[in-house]
Design a protein around this ligand. Structure first.
Ligand SMILES: CC(C)(COP(=O)(O)OP(=O)(O)OC[C@H]1O[C@@H](n2cnc3c(N)ncnc32)[C@H](O)[C@@H]1OP(=O)(O)O)[C@@H](O)C(=O)NCCC(=O)NCCS
Length: 326
C-alpha cells in the first residue's frame, strides 16, 4: 500500500463523471495504489457490458483520475459493484461516498447487488450500505510465481481421456463454452464471455471429453494490472481437468491460444507473479492452490443486497473477475 503522509494531500476541486475507456489506465492506477487489481483489459469488457454503471472522479486542474467505482448490470437479476477506490491524497473528502452512491442510484433500490468486501469494509457495507445478506462465500486471493505453477503443472497426467485445445474457434467460444458456463451460472453469459475471451493478451484453453466431445472446463490467463499474470477464470469438472487446463495455459512458452488481437505475451518471465482468485467453499480449488505452492494473500467476503444468487461453486477454481463476477 502507498504510504501518503498528510503533506501529500491535495485540495484541488474535483468533478464526478461517467467513466470512458480513456479513464481506464488512471482508474487501475488508483486501485493499484491500494494493492487492489483487475486484469488490464477486463475493465474495457465490463464498460462495454454496461458503461452507465461506471463513474470516476477527476481532479479539475490536473485532469487525473482520482477515484473510481463501477457497478455494471451483469445479468438481469444482479449488478456487481467493484473497482472502488480513491487516491489517498484526496481521501476523507467524501469522494468515495459520492461515487458509490451515484453507482447505487444508477442500479436502483429494487435491484439485487453483489460485491466482494475487503475485511475492513465488511461492517460498512453490511450495516450502513444495505448489503445485509452475508453469503458463506469468501474469495481467497492466492499469489505466487509462474515458476511455481509451471513446476507443479507438468505432472498432470495427459493419458486421461481429456483433450485440451488452445486454438479456439468461434463456435467453441460462442456456443460450447457459453453453454458449459450456463450450467455453472444458471444463465447464458454469451455477451460477457464473447468479449472476455477475445480480450487482448488473453490466453485461452478448453478441455473436451475425448469420448463424447463435451466441454469439461475452460480457463484463461490474462495480464493483471499489477504486472503479474492472473488466471481468470479456471472452471473445471474435476481437479484433473483443472490441472490439464493449467498445464496447457502456463507450461508452454509460445503465444498460441491467445486471442487474435494479442499484443503482449502474458507470460513474460519465469519469475513473473501469479494471481489465483478462488472461493474458500471449493476444497478442491484450495487444495490445487496449495499443491501449486501459492501463498494466501487476502480473503474478501461475498455480500448481496437482497438475496444470494445460486451458482455451481464446485466447478469454480479461479473466478472470472475479483471485481465484477464469479
Ligand atoms: C473506501 C474509499 C474508496 C473511500 O473513499 P474516501 O473518499 O476516502 O472516503 P469518504 O471521504 O467518501 O468517506 C469517509 C468515511 O466514510 C466511509 N465510507 C467509505 N465509503 C462509503 C460509502 N460508500 N458510504 C458511506 N460511507 C463510506 C469511509 O470508510 C470513511 O469512514 P471513516 O472516516 O469512519 O473511516 C477509500 O478509503 C479507499 O480507496 N480505500 C481503499 C480501497 C478499498 O478498500 N476499496 C474497497 C474495496 S471492497
Amino acid at each position: 500500500m502507498a504510504d501518503n503522509t498528510v503533506s501529500d494531500k491535495c485540495d484541488n476541486d474535483f468533478s464526478i463523471r461517467q467513466m470512458t475507456t480513456d479513464h481506464i489506465a488512471g482508474a487501475l492506477r488508483v486501485f493499484a495504489s491500494h494493492g487492489l487489481f483487475e486484469a488490464n483489459y477486463s475493465v474495457e469488457t465490463y464498460l462495454k457490458i454496461d458503461g452507465n454503471g461506471f463513474y470516476v472522479a477527476i481532479d479539475d486542474i490536473t485532469k487525473e483520475v482520482i477515484g473510481v467505482c463501477g457497478g455494471p448490470m451483469l445479468r438481469p437479476d444482479l449488478a456487481f459493484i467493484g473497482l472502488y477506490a480513491v487516491d489517498q491524497r484526496y481521501s476523507g473528502r467524501r469522494i468515495g461516498q459520492k461515487l458509490f452512491h451515484i453507482v447505487l442510484s444508477y442500479i436502483g433500490n429494487q435491484q439485487n447487488v453483489a460485491l466482494f468486501s475487503v475485511p475492513d469494509k465488511l461492517g460498512l457495507y453490511r450495516d450502513r450500505l444495505g448489503f445485509r445478506v452475508v453469503s458463506d462465500q469468501t474469495m481467497v486471493i492466492y499469489t505466487g510465481t509462474v515458476a511455481n505453477v509451471r513446476q507443479c503443472s507438468t505432472d498432470a497426467d495427459s493419458d486421461d481421456g481429456i483433450h485440451v485445445l488452445t486454438q479456439l474457434t468461434d463456435d467453441l467460444i460462442d456456443r460450447q463454452i457459453v453453454d458449459y458456463d450456463r450450467h455453472i451460472h444458471g444463465l447464458s453469459r454469451d455477451r460477457l464471455l464473447g468479449l472476455s475471451l477475445r480480450e487482448s493478451g488473453c490466453r485461452r484453453a478448453v478441455a473436451v471429453d475425448n469420448n463424447n466431445k463435451q466441454v469439461m472446463g475452460y480457463g484463461c490467463l490474462r495480464v493483471h494490472s499489477s504486472g503479474a499474470t492472473t488466471l481468470s477464470p479456471l472452471y473445471a469438472d474435476s481437479p484433473q481437468v483443472a490441472k490439464r487446463l493449467l498445464s496447457a495455459l502456463v507450461v508452454r512458452d509460445d503465444s498460441t491460444g491467445s486471442s487474435s488481437s494479442d499484443s503482449s505475451n502474458v507470460l513474460q518471465t519465469k519469475n513473473q507473479s501469479f494471481y489465483y482468485y478462488t472461493l474458500h467453499t471449493n476444497p478442491m480449488a484450495i487444495e490445487l492452490a496449495e499443491q501449486l505452492g501459492l501463498d494466501k494473500h487476502e480473503e474478501c467476503r461475498l455480500l448481496f443486497r437482497k438475496r444470494i444468487v445460486p451458482v455451481n461453486y464446485e466447478k469454480i477454481y479461479s473466478i472470472l473477475s475479483p471485481n465484477f463476477s464469479l
